[in-house]
Write a protein that binds this ligand. Structure first.
Ligand SMILES: Nc1ncnc2c1ncn2[C@@H]1O[C@H](COP(=O)(O)OP(=O)(O)OP(=O)(O)O)[C@@H](O)[C@H]1O
Length: 328
């Protein structure tokens, strides 16, 4: 068993990984990883570059490079066979249906020669989750709306979209068949900071709306604090610490986690990540005493370009306007 077993082991888990070990030739890259994700739960996997996060995810997805071997057990709810060692025919039925993924670079998931609408519709038709092309296209429009893209995106080719728009299309594709588990591997790392918050918010909304489980891989602690409820810390191919995000980030038990936290400006970065441009909170959601938008002089000076609030509909809003900025 791993050094730190994932503490929340429950029979109803969507994903159950036990003793996962990944090797290449005689070298062990991931060692004895246990992890589980429950329905509706958002779990982060963090660690420095090379700590084994992506190989863990690729083992679950059955997408390891040919020379790399996984052993141990990976079980997914609703799938009656073991995923480790399953042949490609079985895995391709699981991927895109029970199990979906969003990687850092959206173009790897998109077909450059196909219109967006056809790609989303095809994802549904392949897995038989919609009765026909008409129903699939109607569902594609609805999915695009959910990720805040206009209906004419259906007719666009991937190269006609921005990086943030492409990643939202990939998210729509990933959610098209209502997967039980969504795996995201650094989904916002390549995006402009202004669209990172929006994409993170849409990921959380997408999984929450479906009560799906989320395994979110990143080296960015602020992203985990924004998105996840529980976190596992990897170091040198092993899980060295796990627990609720609030607990691990305020009382880290492992020296490596302490170092990670010391090196990150969590509060400032999280504030940036939860500030969605143009997403103004309803007046009722400001803390009592804040009169922003009605009486605050900064509403016309500073606030027009620098919003005093952070948050989203999913995470809730908080106002950071200093009390003395209120103009009586
Ligand atoms: N095909 C391979 N052959 C040999 N070594 C590999 C292979 N793929 C990955 N590795 C090694 O395994 C280790 C873990 O890699 P992995 O990609 O899982 O790290 P990671 O934590 O996801 O890092 P990053 O944050 O940089 O993506 C690294 O040392 C990497 O060099």
């Amino acid at each position: 068993m791993s050094v730190v077993a994932d503490v929340n082991v429950r029979t109803s888990d969507v994903l159950t990984v036990r003793g996962l070990t990944v090797t290449v030739r005689d070298k062990t890259l991931v060692s004895d990883v246990d992890l589980s994700v429950g329905p509706g739960e958002r779990v982060g996997l963090i660690g420095e570059s090379g700590s084994g996060k992506s190989l863990t995810a690729l083992s679950v997805l059955g997408l390891l490079p040919e020379d790399v071997t996984a052993s141990g057990s990976v079980r997914l709810t609703g799938v009656d066979h073991e995923l480790i060692g399953a042949d490609e025919r079985r895995m391709s039925r699981v991927r895109g249906r029970r199990l979906a993924m969003v990687f850092q670079e959206p173009m790897t998931a998109l077909n450059p020669t196909m219109r967006i609408g056809d790609q989303i519709a095809e994802a549904m038709l392949i897995h038989g989750t919609r009765p026909g092309r008409g129903a699939a296209r109607a569902a594609a429009v609805e999915l695009l709306e959910r990720v805040q893209l206009p209906p004419d995106t259906l007719r666009a080719y991937p190269h006609q979209l921005s990086g943030g728009q492409r990643q939202r299309v990939v998210l729509a594709l990933a959610l098209a068949n209502d997967p039980a588990l969504l795996i995201c591997d650094e989904p916002t790392t390549a995006l402009d900071v202004t669209v990172q918050a929006l994409v993170l918010d849409l990921i959380v909304k997408g999984v929450v709306a479906r009560a799906a489980a989320l395994l979110f891989i990143t080296h960015d602690l602020a992203v985990v604090a924004t998105v996840c409820e529980r976190v596992l810390v990897m170091y040198g191919g092993r899980v060295v610490e796990s627990g609720p995000v609030g607990e691990v980030f305020t009382r880290p038990r492992h020296r490596y986690t302490e170092g990670l936290l010391a090196a990150s400006d969590l509060e400032t970065t999280q504030r940036r990540l939860t500030t969605i441009p143009g997403n103004v909170p309803p007046a009722g959601q400001f803390p009592s005493g804040c009169v922003f938008r009605t009486r605050c002089r900064h509403a016309t000076e500073v606030c027009a370009t620098t919003p005093p609030w952070t948050g989203s509909e999913t995470t809730g809003f908080a106002c950071h306007h200093p009390a003395e900025a209120v103009d009586d």
